[in-house]
Ligand binder design. Structure first.
Ligand code: ADP
Length: 452
């Protein structure tokens, strides 16, 4: 912004000089023609000056009413200075305005060229702007839908539930009604207290590849199941037979049975994972989690065979809405891991509790612990901290991947804390939307069971 201020001396000095000149002229006229003539001339000059000021004030007033670069009035003296400064100010602000418009236009063109759909919405999901890709993806039009609610225009139930749900930590994958053959991912990014950007991406191709991979793994696992059952059956009948195999062959037979069991568990886990990935959302059963945790504890005790102290704390009667089989499998995997990775004599504690309106299932052990660099990768398929030890304990490397998928389907979250040599805590958080606080009655109980 240029400095437009007019220094006071630029106005006062010329005025004083003019008045002095007028006084001198009047003094001269009074001496030559008399006082009346001098007064008349002075009055005439002052009236003329007043009229000039009024004229320029009027010109300034009408220019301010409709400012235009070419219509700025001219003037003389101080007025010339004032008008020149106004002209400069108006020209600079006009340049700034055009630059702003150019920048905004360029920004919009850049966003329009992106391969993703971008929609700008306000707090009530009213469309403020969107690019052509978003128009194609969701079947909307900026021209006709500007200012309308996105949730009224796009009636996909999944989309409506997601954008009004308020939890934007995960993207939504859905088939839009406008293009049922496509699969879209949708992200909501709040960026001002009252505004959000919605990003849509066409993931049809990658979803297709993913589905092919899932089907392939599921089919292979399924095809392997039958021959493996036959092999296991023959191995068992060999083992049970009275044939004199000798100690070496008996040992080989034993190893073959162990490996066949491992393969069987691997196939079952792979099938479970592909079911979790491809099946429709969980059916909503009312699950008495306290009861479920006791069942899981019994399973852990069977595996431990008295080698560990297994404690069960049921601190809340809360029930959960979800799939019992899936939660049983997830909680079971955590409890079995705790037993497997805790040396004999250690403690495993299973806890079902509530905290800050959410339900939590915690498995804490005094086992070998996990180094911090491994923790973010534990839920990847076949990720193992120590390959040898995991196989030795009968692990498939898929347990925590199953836990992750089950929790995804229940809007839950897994938290892992661990210290090498001191033990681990695996905490499953289930949101309030999946809990039934009243279902189990008002009483809570705490059970303490020794190992074995
Ligand atoms: P696995 O079948 O090999 O146990 P998981 O997916 O269940 O596979 O676990 C992945 C890895 O996480 C394990 O190989 C193990 O190294 C580590 N792990 C899981 N639970 C525990 C635990 N309670 N204590 C220490 N390490 C654990």
């Amino acid at each position: 912004m240029p400095d437009l201020a007019l220094r006071p001396w630029r106005i006062v000095l010329p005025a004083i000089a003019g008045l002095c000149a007028l006084a001198l002229l009047c003094a001269f006229l009074a001496r030559v023609f008399g006082a009346e003539v001098a007064l008349a001339v002075a009055a005439g000059v002052l009236v003329a000056l007043y009229a000039v000021q009024l004229y320029y004030l009027g010109a300034l007033g009408s220019w301010l009413g409709r400012p235009a670069l070419d219509g700025i009035p001219g003037g003389f003296g101080v007025w010339a200075d004032v008008f020149a400064r106004l002209h400069r100010w108006h020209r600079d602000s006009e340049i700034g305005r055009r630059r702003l418009i150019d920048n905004e236009e360029r920004f919009r063109r850049t966003i329009s060229a992106l391969p993703d759909g971008i929609i700008l919405v306000d707090v009530s999901m009213q469309i403020e702007w969107c690019n052509p890709v978003a128009e194609r993806h969701l079947g909307i039009s900026l021209k006709s839908d500007y200012g309308l609610r996105l949730t009224n225009l796009v009636r996909d139930p999944q989309l409506v539930a997601h954008v009004t749900g308020g939890d934007y930590s995960r993207e939504l994958i859905f088939r839009p009604m406008a293009r049922p053959s496509a699969v879209l991912s949708l992200d909501v990014i709040p960026f001002e207290p009252a505004r959000s950007i919605i990003i849509t991406r066409d993931v049809t191709q990658s979803e297709r590849v993913d589905a092919m991979r899932r089907d392939f793994v599921a089919n292979v696992s399924h095809e392997l199941r039958t021959p493996l059952t036959v092999i296991k059956g023959f191995l068992e009948s060999f083992a049970d037979s009275d044939l004199d195999l000798g100690p070496v062959r008996r040992n080989h037979l034993q190893l073959m049975m162990e490996q066949a069991d491992r393969m069987h568990r691997l196939i079952e886990d792979l099938l479970m994972l592909s079911r979790l990935e491809s099946e429709a959302p969980v059916q909503a059963e009312d699950i008495d989690v306290g009861q479920l945790v006791r069942e899981v504890a019994d399973e852990a005790r069977t595996l431990s065979a008295g080698r560990h102290r297994i404690i069960v704390d049921i601190e809340t009667p809360w029930h959960v809405r979800g799939s019992r089989d899936e939660l049983r499998s997830a909680f079971g995997n955590l409890a079995i891991n705790a037993v497997r990775y805790t040396p004999d004599g250690g403690t495993v504690r299973l806890r079902w509790a509530e905290a800050a309106g959410r339900a939590m299932f915690e498995v804490a052990d005094s086992g070998i612990g996990i180094a911090p660099e491994h923790i973010p990768r534990l839920t990847e398929r076949f990720y193992r901290v120590e390959k040898g030890r995991s196989r030795g304990t009968g692990g498939t490397g898929l347990g925590l991947a199953i836990v992750k998928h089950v929790l995804l389907r229940h809007d839950g979250r897994l938290e892992i804390e661990s210290q090498v040599g001191r033990g681990s805590r695996f905490i499953v958080w289930l949101p309030a939307s999946h809990t039934l606080p009243d279902a189990g009655g008002a009483m809570s109980c705490s059970l303490l069971n020794g190992g074995g």
